[in-house]
Every structure is written in structure tokens, then in C-alpha cells.
Design a protein around this ligand. Sequence first.
Ligand code: GLT
Ligand code: MN
Ligand code: MN
Length: 392
Amino acid sequence: MSSFDPTKQDRFTFGLWTVGNPGRDPFGPSVRATLDPNHIVRKLAECGAAGVNLHDNDLIPFGASAAEQDRIVSTFKKTLADTGMTVPMATTNLFSHPVFKDGAFSSNDPKVRAFALQKTMRAIDLGAELGARRYVFWGGREGTDADACRDPRTALKRTRDAMNFLCEYVKDNDYGMQFALEAKPNEPRSEIYLPTTGHMLHFISTLEHEEMVGVNPEVAHEVMAGLSFAHSVAQAMECDKLFHIDLNGQKMGRYDQDLRFGSEDLKGAFFLVRLLEGTLGGKRYDGPLHFDAHAYRTEDEEGVWEFAKGCMRTYKILHQKALAFDADSEVQAIIAEQKDAAIDPLLGGGYSAATAASLKGMEIDVDAVAQRGLQYERLDQLTVEHLLGVRG
Ligand code: GLT
Ligand code: MN
Ligand code: MN
């Protein structure tokens, strides 16, 4: 067994909807059979994953009776127990049914908003029953095609009201869950409200129970917005708001591709793993590592499990590369923090009138500082050589 084979300690998870994706797209129907959730759990366990995540309707068909739900849930729980798999995260499908065609929490129709709350409370109950500690909100239809349809401030207020209500619901039921909000700039709507992780972070600061709410950034969604995923994740980590993460691959300027992790922008994936694993210092992310991706439409079921193994293997390989990179003395020498005994005490220690006076009066040879080369060409070449396997 190579050291890149995943184990449960690696905390890798997949959604039922990810490996279960049958390859349907706007231009053609399914190319693979729909997989039974119990089969998915058994196969993921064999592949080395630790857990599986789900929307309410990935497991329970829309409109199922209470008796049918009980039967499905008890079989599923048995499969989880037999395989040692967990359900670390659950979520609600608030985007497939036509009732959500103009959004769920932000809809102009109070009946839709009420139904969205009802469906989410029931799905939270299901998540709690399966042991989920994190609950994701992806507002896929919370946006516009015809922008005249509502004041965007009203959409934000309605979304805030829903989040505040659902936080209270979780507290009232002692579920001990955290919420993780997932941003996306567009698709399936022309515009989606709260389009990036940065927007989400500010929105969270306006909630009544902001301590319960963090973000679930997804590689593809930040790249679609033209942003550095690692920088978005870093901002979330720096304020202790990275509650979950959706790993995948994406080319910029395309539809939401949800490709196998690391299949695009290897350097970006490398810097992400380096950040999450804390190989450059600082706190590590210790939550679930969820792959929100799916196999190419060209694949049969065997290709799906190859895809799943590929996501996990690439993460582990990049982790090893990041350890080697940060242990490389040439890299360390280039990025070593510069020390200046005269200046350091004046920086980062906050304001005082004396500090302000010292800084204002300080003689700094700006030309000498400006002329110094920073060796970042060498640093980036070292990054490339580590990734290409000729160093480390
Ligand atoms: C949907 C979406 C994902 C979200 C899932 C959670 S569903 O597949 O494309 O990015 O994370 O609702
Ligand atoms: Mn996602
Ligand atoms: Mn996506």
C-alpha cells in the first residue's frame, strides 16, 4: 500500500450527489445509472473515504411519506454502522423543485419562503439524526435573471431573517450544529446574491448568532469569480470561519465544472493544501475535506471510483509536496521574515502618540530598500521544480 492511499484519518468526504452524479447536463441526459445511496457508502468506504454528505433529497425522495423516510433512514444508518462511515455535513435541496425557480429564502412569494423554512427544518432534523455537525447553505437559486424583480437589499434581509430563524431552531433543539454558507457568483441564475466568500464573511457578521455561522468555500466558485481560492480560504481561516470546504477543480471563465481535485491549476491546488495543512506555519484546518466534484461524462461507474480515488490521492501527494517545499532550506532562506530591531517594536504593537512620533521622524533610505531584488523568480521556479518532482 503506497502512502498516498487514503484512510479514514485523512477526513476525506464526498457528497451522495458527487459520485452519484449520472452525467446529465443541459445538452444531454444521464449517461450512468443512478446509484443507490447504500452502495455509494460501501464503495466510498472501500476507496478510503471517512464520510458522506447529503441533501435531504439525495436520500429521501421529494414528497416521501413519513413511513418511507423511516425505512430509508434505518437502512442507511445500518450501512453507515457496517462501514464505519459518518455523515459530517448535511444540507437542503432548495434549488431543484420548480417551486424554487425564483429562489427560496429570498423569493417574493411568502408561501415559497415558508416552504423553504419548513423543508430546511425537516432536513436539519434528518441531518441531526445522522450525526451531522455542520449544515451547508448554498443559495443556488437565490438570485436574479430579470434584475428588476426585487430590491437586492430585500433579498439580503430575507436571507438574514431565515438564517437568524434557523440558528434559533438549531439552538432550541440542542443540535449543536454549525452553519456553513457557500457562495457562488452565477449559475444556475444569471446573478446570485452573496457571490463570493468575502461577501459571505461580511454577511455573517450581521447575523444574530454569528458565532454559529461560517463559510463553505468551493474552489470552482471562487475561480469562476476570477479570485484566488487560497486567498479566500486564508481570509476565512484567519477569522476562524472556515467551517467546511468544497474541493474540486475549475478552469477560469467556464461554467461550474466541479472537476476532480487538482485536475486544473496544480499550483493553486498546491498552495491551497499548503495553507490547509499549515506546512508554512500557523493553524491547520482540521475539519472534513469534502470533494464537491464529479467524474467526466465520458465515464462508466468504474471511472467514477477512479475519479474519487484521484481526488484523495492528489490531495495527499500535494500534502507531501508542501511538507518538502517548506522544509527546503533555499525556500526558507528566501521567505524568512526580515528582522529590524529598530523598527519591529514600532510595528504591530498598536497606536501610541510616541510610536506615531517615532515613525514620522524615522530616516528610511527608501532608494536602498527599493533596489533590493526579492528572488521571487527563484522562489517560483523552486515551486515549479517541487511540483514537477525534480526537487524535494
Ligand atoms: C450543488 C452545488 C454545490 C453545492 C451543493 C450543496 S449542491 O451540487 O453545485 O456547489 O455545494 O448544496
Ligand atoms: Mn459546492
Ligand atoms: Mn461547483
